[in-house]
Design a protein around this ligand. Structure first.
Ligand code: GDG
Length: 463
């Protein structure tokens, strides 16, 4: 087995019961098995960049991290990654910011990562680069002479060509992807948009999974990420989950709970969710007092203005809806800006009759899968899911809705609350089958297999 080197913006450690997600758990297993290493930013800011690498080991996973300068964080992380690429790739060109400093900082930090990774690489290592923060890294490593297998996975959507061309130097950025052997997306839709761009905008060609540009062929594939299903099912049956479920149930006093769990991000459709729920309350006065929406939304990227704005909007909206509909002994929305450990989160999901997942655009959306996995098989809740989440291509037995339509959301909530047990079970079983079959280990192996194959194609091209 080749040694795996994972490179991503942040290194997250898979400590049990902590706040880390499935990705950390999945990659950690592969890193442990291959005695690999995870490289990323430490999250620390230093006055002057030194390039010094801090090596650590946590639960059998080796990590190598670097500190960044304040200017790096402003231009690369808050700037190009989160003010430019994130909104653009989530179809929000109205709030994407284009600034040369951001682009310069992004390339500088990627070069810093290339300089950090390069001395660690041995000839047989397999490198796996993650997400929009690191698009040009592969090309920078190739320029240093590394001929290893290098894969790239994009965790967010790939935007339609007509939107992507609004990015200054868009083709330069996309070209860098051709330094990889395999480029992975969650869904066919994102893959299709990528191929369309390469063909129509750059004059490249597509032949099945093979995409060619300027004499260089890569494999571009759709490979949907899953959750660590066994781990999450076990967590939902564990003690911490049971305790949390009981605590929530008691507080509900027989009311049906609708749950939302999201990083506080404008792409997650939280404003639309609150409006859809308000519409449900308006349409169904007889059900007032019988439902509660619990929205868990830990703040993220607070230094970026659009995140401050969505937070203020939601504060006001939750306040307005609660003001309009609350009674002395009933509050329709419990809006919570704190995160919970994963095992407690599993209990919160399990206590909910409905999982309400309404992103306006989402690469995949793991919350949808976690909600389903946490349900009691004998009395499962109903998932209401946006058709614009990558997860909708797999979870076809959810109630799929258009999150921009408050009426559709209202109807779906009504339908979910009335849904007979038999139908709930049938839908849940169908979704669960996919969640268990295509879990995070499946995703990791599927991608790794393609990477293994791809290398066989690359060698002769370079000869
Ligand atoms: C990106 C893409 C893609 C949330 N609140 C708490 C908490 N979380 C965890 C969830 C879930 C994770 O965060 C969020 O994952 P999502 O997939 O829903 O969304 P993003 O963070 O935007 O992730 C997305 C993903 O990458 C993977 O490729 O699916 O489309 O945008 O695991 O449970 N975890 C804990 N407490 C919280 O309060 N412990």
């Amino acid at each position: 087995m080749s040694r795996l080197i994972v490179i991503s913006n942040r290194v997250s450690r898979p400590s049990k019961g902590g706040e880390q997600g499935g990705l950390a758990v999945a990659l950690a297993a592969a890193l442990r098995q291959s005695r690999g290493i995870w490289v990323g930013w430490s999250g620390n800011v230093t006055e002057k960049f030194t390039g010094q690498i801090a090596f650590n080991e946590d639960d059998g996973v080796k990590t190598a991290t670097i500190d960044l300068e304040e200017q790096d964080v402003d231009e690369y992380y808050n700037g190009y990654a989160n003010k430019t690429l994130w909104p653009l790739f989530h179809f929000r060109i109205d709030i994407a910011e284009y600034a040369r400093d951001f682009e310069g900082g992004y390339n500088r930090v990627n070069q810093r990562f290339a300089d950090t990774v390069s001395p660690l690489v041995e000839p047989d290592d397999v490198l796996w680069v993650h997400d929009y923060h690191m698009i040009p890294l592969g090309q920078m490593l190739r320029r240093k002479g590394h001929r290893n297998r290098i894969g790239f996975f994009l965790h967010i959507p790939w935007p339609p060509t007509r939107l992507l061309v609004s990015l200054p130097h868009h083709s330069k950025l996309v070209e860098t992807l051709f330094a990889y052997d395999v480029v992975g997306f969650h869904t066919e839709e994102w893959l299709e948009s990528f191929r369309h761009y390469v063909e129509k905008e750059m004059g490249g060609s597509v032949d099945g999974d093979h995409v060619t540009l300027g004499g260089r062929t890569i494999q571009a594939i759709a490979c949907p990420i899953g959750i660590d299903a066994p781990e999450f099912i076990a967590a939902s049956k564990g003690e911490a989950a049971a305790k949390m479920q009981e605590q929530v149930r008691k507080s509900l006093q027989d009311r049906a709970m609708i749950v939302g769990v999201d990083r506080l991000d404008y792409s997650k459709g939280l404003e639309e969710r609150f409006n859809g729920y308000a519409r449900f309350l308006k349409d169904n006065p007889d059900i007032h007092r019988q439902v509660v929406l619990v929205q868990i939304a830990p703040p993220s990227r607070g230094e970026v203005e659009s995140y401050q704005e969505i937070r203020a909007t939601l504060d006001a909206l939750a306040g307005r809806i609660n003001g309009e509909y609350s009674d002395v002994d009933w509050t329709p929305i419990r809006y919570v800006n704190q995160g919970y450990p994963r095992d407690q989160l599993a209990g919160i999901y399990r206590a909910a009759r409905i999982g309400l997942v309404t992103p306006l655009r989402d690469g995949m959306n793991l919350v949808a899968k976690e909600y389903v996995a946490a349900q009691d098989p004998e009395d499962p809740g109903v998932l209401i899911l946006s058709r614009f989440a990558g997860a909708a291509t797999q979870l076809k037995d959810a109630l799929l809705i258009n999150p921009y339509s408050p009426e559709e959301m209202s109807d779906a909530i009504g339908k979910a609350l009335r849904m007979p047990l038999e139908e709930r079970k049938r839908r849940w079983q169908a979704m669960m089958q996919i969640i268990e079959e295509q879990d995070v280990s499946w995703w990791r192996s599927a991608f790794a297999m393609r990477l293994e194959d791809a290398h066989k194609v690359r060698e002769p091209q370079e000869a």
